[in-house]
Design a protein around this ligand. Sequence first.
Ligand code: SAH
Ligand code: SF4
Length: 391
Amino acid sequence: MDAKAPITHDVLTIPRKLPEGPQNLIGLSRDQMRDALIAAGTKEKQAKMRVGQIWQWIYHWGVRDFSEMTNLAKDYRAMLAETFVIELPQVVTRQVSEDGTRKYLVRIAGGHEVEVVYIPETDRGTLCISSQVGCTLTCSFCHTGTQKLVRNLTAAEIVGQVMVARDDLGEWPVPGAPKDETRLLSNIVLMGMGEPLYNFENVRDAMKIAMDPEGISLSRRRITLSTSGVVPEIARTAQEIGCQLAISFHATTDDVRDRLVPINKRWPIADLLDVLREYPKVSNSERITFEYVMLDGVNDSDEDAHRLVKLIDGIPAKINLIPFNEWPGAPYKRSSNNRIRKFADIIYHAGYASPIRKPRGEDIMAACGQLKSATERSRKSKAQIAQEAGL
Ligand code: SAH
Ligand code: SF4
């Protein structure tokens, strides 16, 4: 085999409705649920109302058993139980870090596994969810990128991660209890395993469900989608999801970005910046987050900081500096704290917020870019990782 041949991975897409067995109601849009109820014998005139009722039970109250849907007639509940299921990913392991971060390994159809991370803060909490098993892209500093096995998650499996976290946090409302506006799970970031814009429809449908005001009801401002830069799908993200956007930028020249984020060979920095200049206008989002991983001696010089500021000129932005999180066999080192601070200062003095992301859950390998299912069978060799990094 040619050593330079790109590593390709097949992405499997699991159909929503499996050929046999009951259909899962989780992950269906309101329209899809309506169609499914009509196909199961619900009168067309009543279907919309039934969707409203079932939707509230599932997504507002967190009910998983049709028999508890007490505003539906008994025989209707029995019909639902025969035809449908309410099925979530199964939590296989749950680890809690010294700093309170929780990492769940969840199993989905086909025995695949993905990781989900909950990061508590004083007045809020962020859930970092996955959009694919592994990732077809091969960013050389990312642990997930070394995983060969890849499949897209379904909408059910994506919103299901939010639901299992709410289960674990005990955060479904209790009937009659006073409404508590502070939420343990108040924000979602699509920063787990996978490239969300390579699984656009399922990510969109899942986030629509999470935003629906009669269910989980998270504002679009509290959802951030992170992409390595799939240029053609960025405008669609603004139009069809409207959430906040984070870009894995990581380098200030095409030469370095080609090595760190290989998708840059397809959509180089100039193309990416062109589409970003349009983004806030379309989605009304205030600022785009530029994520920048700090790699010792690779992308962390003063010149890089100055170039970065010049490149993003005119884009409402904040720059999130991520100290590199090491993983076994990683071909890079984290920049020193002094270097990171110096870099941050240059950006800050140019007028941009430049927070340094505090690594969370490092002791349980839950920090950014460390995720990778422990059970996956095949992995790239160190030599392959180094070769792709151009080392
Ligand atoms: N695929 C998407 C989202 C998942 S990665 C994307 O690339 O944007 C979430 C963030 O973690 C990205 O900015 C990614 O570049 C960063 N990241 C990956 N590996 C990392 C590591 N080892 N240390 C620090 N950040 C990392
Ligand atoms: Fe995939 Fe994002 Fe990791 Fe790159 S950084 S390999 S796009 S998950």
